[in-house]
Every structure is written in structure tokens, then in C-alpha cells.
Design a protein around this ligand. Structure first.
Ligand SMILES: NC(=O)c1ccc[n+]([C@@H]2O[C@H](COP(=O)([O-])OP(=O)(O)OC[C@H]3O[C@@H](n4cnc5c(N)ncnc54)[C@H](OP(=O)(O)O)[C@@H]3O)[C@@H](O)[C@H]2O)c1
Length: 345
């Protein structure tokens, strides 16, 4: 496979509104020893891209975030935490992947997915996808799926476990519902009424419309509460968690993070904000679930790379459902793909 020396990428050189992102030509990265160069077909524009671009960081975490994102200007000018594409080249020492492999990968805080090419460590969060899975769908497994699975790795969920997902219609929430249902849990989804049908279609057993009811006041209790919104600190939801249960803070501020250990010790309920280190195994698990029809891609809208500013504007609304896909390079021929399991909305 020949690789051009320059590539198209969405680049931001200062923090701010969506229009700080521009399409530019950049040098194509070369894989270092141990790395895989992916020709990116699709990525997603996630809330993490919004947070980085706008420096919209939870309270108290601004300085810590600046270490990774940059203090005065972006340290990593290409956003995009995930990628689905085809391996274009491998660095020395890489035996697990070869040019032509179809893969999905999570770059996490290294970003770089909003470009025609990205390098990832071969021993990082990367896995193959079947030839029958469209890359624009496969990429939606990554951001929410790896996050939800990372948190679920820390708790015991099985048949009958009651799980409440707050913020159930987003990228993480839609993945959390599906993963919990796959494990046999009884799932309550907290969302606005407009998204009730979506979360029900993904398996939620009941829906609480947060505009009509506060889930902490209805008397319901749960073994596991997953907070994907940031409005369910332990002080608010402690009484809604069963003895020995857990609060998984997918998003939290510094204050909640600092208090979590003490809250866990005092209450006997796990309070954690740490996603752990989900990687290739978790991605492979998600691919296997999706390939067998037990996990669906939830795609809200798709944008071409050229329309990156519009994609950011949409994600900035905070109302996206599931994933916003960014089409980067020419799509695969439709004839080779099957896509019966996508949940388009
Ligand atoms: N810890 C980690 O490693 C990690 C990883 C990924 C993401 N995160 C964080 O996790 C959070 C969720 O990420 P995401 O990708 O799922 O976000 P997302 O896709 O942007 O979530 C958007 C959804 O949030 C829902 N929502 C907004 N306000 C709500 C409320 N008060 N109650 C219930 N739902 C509400 C919206 O539904 P409605 O329109 O129905 O309100 C919308 O569908 C973000 O803050 C993100 O930064 C953390």
C-alpha cells in the first residue's frame, strides 16, 4: 500500500468555538517501532473532542487537564479519540497486525483520529474487525463501549443485577445499557422523554424521564448506578444504591474524586471515577458482541471531514444521541458489507 507524504486533517491551533477547527494538509505520520499506521475511514466527534477544543473541563480539573491538552494552545492539534480503518503500514517489531487488516482503535488522550492517517501502538487499544462490519459502524463501538466496559470491569453484574444508567442516550449511556443487558441486568435508563424509544429499543427495562421525575426521590434502589451526566454525586444518590452496590462516576469533578475513597470506606459501596485501563481485550469483546448481533451501533448523524465544524457544532448542543460519525476517507464498497444491526436514529 502506498502512503502519501501529506494528508488531510482537521486541525485546531487555539481553544474555542467549533470554527477554530480547520481542514489542513499535514505530514503523514510514520509508524515508529511497535506502532501501526492506520488509514482512517471513520472516527467519531465525541464529547471529549468538545471538552478538549472548548476547554470545557469539570470543576477543579482545569490545571490537570492542561497538562494533557496544553495550557495556552492545544498540545495535540488533531482531535479524535477513535478510528476505524485499514492498516497501511507497521513499524519494526510488529507481528500482530499487517497492512490490509481492518481495525478499530482507541487513541484516548493521544487523539489524532480526525485525519487520514494515525499511528497507534500495536499493543494498545486496537483490534481487528470482520470484513462484514462497516467501518462507519465499527467505529461507534470504541468511545462509549470501551468506557462503559472499563467501568463494568470493576463491578459484578449478572442476571438480576439492577443497573441505573443516568444519561442513557449518549455514547457511553447507550453502550452501558447494551453491555448491562448482555450480562443479564435489569436496566433503568434516565433520559429525556424524546429518547425513551431509543433506550427501550436498546434493551432498557424501564425509562425515567428526568424532566418529570428525579430518580433519587421515587424510592427505587439499584445495585449499580452509572452516572454519565455529572449530576449524581454520591451525596445525592447514596440512598438509591443498595448495600454493597456501586456508583460509577463516568464524569465527575475534582471534589467528587477526592471524596470517593472515603465514601467507599464509610459506606461499603464502591464509589469510583476511574475507568481503569480498558484496551484491546475490551474492544475485541465489543466487536464480538456486535458481530453476533448483541450490540448495535447507535449513529445519530454522520458528517464528512470537510464538514467538521458542523459536526462540532452539533456535538456542542449536548443533545446528541449515541454517536456522531466523521467520514474521513472514501467509504468501502457497500456490496461487501452487511449492516442489519445498525440503529440509525
Ligand atoms: N471517565 C472516562 O473515561 C470518560 C470516557 C468517556 C466519556 N466521559 C464523560 O462521560 C460523559 C458522557 O459522555 P457521552 O459520550 O455519553 O456524552 P454524550 O454522548 O454527549 O451525551 C449526550 C446525551 O446526554 C444526555 N443528557 C444531557 N443532560 C442529561 C440529564 N440531565 N439527564 C440525563 N441525560 C442527559 C442527552 O440526552 P437528552 O437530550 O435526552 O437530555 C444526550 O443524549 C461526558 O461528560 C464525558 O466527558 C468520561
Amino acid at each position: 500500500m502506498t502512503t502519501n507524504t501529506t494528508m488531510t486533517a482537521a486541525v485546531y491551533r487555539r481553544f474555542g468555538a467549533p470554527d477554530v477547527v480547520r481542514i489542513e494538509r499535514r505530514a503523514t505520520p510514520s509508524p515508529k517501532p511497535g506502532e501501526v499506521l492506520i488509514r482512517v475511514h471513520a472516527s467519531t466527534v465525541s464529547v471529549a473532542d468538545h471538552r478538549a477544543r472548548a476547554r470545557d473541563i469539570p470543576s477543579g480539573l482545569g490545571m490537570l487537564a492542561a497538562i494533557g491538552l496544553g495550557l495556552f494552545r492545544p498540545r495535540r492539534p488533531v482531535l479524535g479519540m477513535d478510528a476505524a480503518g485499514v492498516v497501511a503500514a507497521v513499524g519494526s517489531g510488529v507481528t500482530a497486525f499487517a497492512p490490509g487488516d481492518r481495525v478499530i482503535a482507541s487513541m484516548g488522550a493521544a487523539f489524532g483520529g480526525h485525519a487520514e492517517y494515525v499511528c497507534v501502538p500495536a499493543d494498545g487499544a486496537i483490534t481487528r474487525t470482520p470484513a462484514t462490519m462497516a467501518l462507519e459502524e465499527a467505529v461507534t463501538l470504541v468511545f462509549g463501549g470501551i468506557t462503559a466496559q472499563g467501568f463494568f470491569n470493576q463491578v459484578a453484574i449478572g442476571p438480576g443485577t439492577s443497573v441505573l444508567v443516568n444519561g442513557a442516550s449518549g455514547a457511553v449511556g447507550t453502550a452501558a445499557i447494551q453491555l448491562a443487558k448482555h450480562l443479564g441486568a435489569d436496566v433503568t435508563a434516565v433520559t429525556s422523554g424524546v429518547n425513551a424509544a431509543l433506550v427501550t429499543s436498546l434493551g432498557a427495562d424501564r425509562v425515567i424521564d428526568y424532566n418529570r421525575q428525579d430518580f433519587t426521590t421515587g424510592g427505587g434502589t439499584y445495585d449499580v448506578i452509572v452516572d454519565c451526566v455529572g449530576n449524581a454525586p454520591f451525596s445525592r444518590v447514596e440512598a438509591s444504591i443498595n448495600p454493597g452496590g456501586a456508583l460509577l462516576l463516568v464524569i465527575s469533578d475534582l471534589w467528587s474524586m477526592l471524596r470517593s475513597r472515603g465514601q467507599t470506606r464509610r459506606s461499603g459501596k464502591l464509589v469510583t471515577w476511574n475507568v481503569g485501563k480498558p484496551g484491546a481485550d475490551e474492544l475485541a469483546h465489543l466487536v464480538s458482541l456486535a458481530d453476533s448481533g448483541r450490540f448495535r451501533a447507535v449513529i445519530d448523524r454522520s458528517f464528512d471531514l470537510a464538514d467538521i465544524v458542523e459536526a462540532h457544532r452539533y456535538v456542542d448542543t449536548g443533545r446528541k444521541r449515541g454517536n456522531v460519525v466523521l467520514r474521513i476517507t472514501r467509504p468501502e464498497p457497500a456490496t461487501s458489507l452487511r449492516s442489519p444491526r445498525q440503529r440509525s436514529i
